[in-house]
Design a protein around this ligand. Sequence first.
Ligand code: ZN
Ligand code: ZN
Ligand code: ZN
Length: 372
Amino acid sequence: MTERQLPRQRFQNRVERARLSLAAHGLDALALSAGSDLSYLCGYEAMPLERLTLLVVGLTGPPRLLVPALEAPRVDPLDGYLELLPWEDGQDMMGAAVQAVRTVAGARPALAVSDGMWASVLLSLQERLPAARFSAAGEVLRELRVLKSPDEVAALRKAAQAVDEITRTYPSMTWEGRTEAEVAKEIAGLLTDVGHEEVNFVIVASGPNGASPHHTAAGRRILRGDVIVVDIGGTMNGYCSDITRCVTVGDSGDEVRRAYDALRRAQESAVHSVTPGVPAEQIDAVARDLLTEEGYGAFFIHRTGHGIGLDEHEDPYIVAGNQVPLAPGMCFSIEPGVYFPGRFGLRLEDIVVVEEDGVSPLNTSSHDLIVV
Ligand code: ZN
Ligand code: ZN
Ligand code: ZN
């Protein structure tokens, strides 16, 4: 994961905090299948396959990791802190899971399972542990994961700086005459070149395709006069990057410039209004109110942002109705956009971190429209 020194201590601290949260929720154990909650607590990135990996953490004792035997060599047992329970192909996988849960939390546990646990696994646990009570682990772990430690912020900053570098190469790339897919492939290569171990998405949405916020780069050829929404993200040392800039091929006209100017002011005002104690929804309101005043309110069709960390999208969500007060260590995107069906779209996105006395953007590349 992020840094190699003292991993045992880092994960032990997280497990202890998770236990406090478990106890506060009146729960006995966590049962986490493959996903970011599991890697948050023990550093292991399990393969999300049909062979079950399950981290069982009770209120005391060692965390137990049930793992397919063939994948056990990939696990760092953290100097013996993790108790490994390898199971072999042909063995009763769910039987092993139930036994691990019983050992940690007895036959009638109040269990918090991964939000993303496969229904097939959960149904089987429910059948084999009829006296257990089940709830979602997100409730327990959200409050921990939402506050990034300094080493997590450092990892997010490094990932952000890497994608900033990519956006600085946009002016020298060839856009006109190439398909969106060709450009997306080149950018995917750049994500790897700058140190990402995974490419999570490359959105290259040109001309009218820009009006679809999550457009899939495809066969459309980029033309002179197009504006292109370029939104890219990957995973670097376990932590995600996510940045959007807009490119125009030559002059895209007054209307695009006027809308982009409003969008840029909305995005920057939203960033500057981030400070501890402010409810998350207020940041959304700042961007939305400004765009509404400029006549673009109806074209801003999504929330303003999402938390980021081990996952591309996680808490806190910057959206109407989320009254969670911002707190130091929270990291999230601020990405208002305006979308004109059949014509064009625009979005501007940076990741920011809440500081003790305000905010610090992790992305620092220019907000100017990139004219090529
Ligand atoms: Zn998105
Ligand atoms: Zn994005
Ligand atoms: Zn985003």
